[in-house]
Design a protein around this ligand. Structure first.
Ligand code: GRF
Length: 184
């Protein structure tokens, strides 16, 4: 069983998708979530970890927490901070971004700002990207992407909802790919 750590700052719907995939989906028997780490004591994701009986830690000292659990993979799922070099050199770290990178990524490109930028650009498709994390926001090699259409008249909220649904399928698939290919 591969051990996963999830870092999240907010709602944690991607964390939930990964937990579900480990418990009864495509990651069953392959991976388990050993800890959820948040920098935000009020994050909704912490309630999800409690429900799923998974350890949760609120800390900015991510490296120390990871060293307690020694995960094979660190999954950023709506984690609003850059991960430090110390963590990146000690662990494999992946992130999910709600657009087709390299388009619409980088500092300040999160949440509705991403979807507003996609709509303003006139792109006819958007989607989600799972990629290796490095010291910059939304860089690092892409592991897997899932496209969704952008429809005429879409609001940022409508597009966000469509992309989020794709994210929930994509993240477990990308983790499985890393396991299948022996990357973790
Ligand atoms: C997702 O859109 C993800 O791509 C981005 O942050 C959002 C997190 O949503 N990095 P949730 O907390 O998983 O619901």
């Amino acid at each position: 069983m591969k051990k996963l750590a999830i870092l999240a700052s907010g709602s944690g719907s991607n964390a939930q998708a990964i937990i579900d995939a480990c418990k009864g989906g495509i990651l069953k028997g392959l991976a388990e979530v050993v800890v959820i780490i948040s920098n935000n004591p009020n994050a909704k994701v912490l309630g999800r970890s409690a429900l799923a009986n998974i350890a949760c830690e609120v800390s900015d000292d991510v490296l120390s927490v990871l060293n307690k659990y020694k995960p094979d993979l660190v999954c950023l799922a709506g984690y609003m901070k850059l991960v430090g070099k110390d963590v990146l050199s000690a662990y494999k770290v992946v992130n999910i971004h709600p657009a087709l990178l390299p388009r619409h990524g980088g500092k300040g490109m999160y949440g509705k700002f991403v979807h507003e930028a996609v709509i303003a650009s006139g792109d006819k498709k958007s989607g989600a990207s799972v990629h290796f994390a490095n010291e910059n926001y939304d860089e690092g090699n892409i592991i897997m992407q899932q496209e969704v259409p952008v429809f005429e008249g879409d609001s940022a909220d409508m597009l966000a909802k469509r992309v989020l649904e794709a994210e929930h399928l994509l993240y477990p698939k990308a983790i499985k790919k890393l396991i299948d290919e022996g990357v973790i």
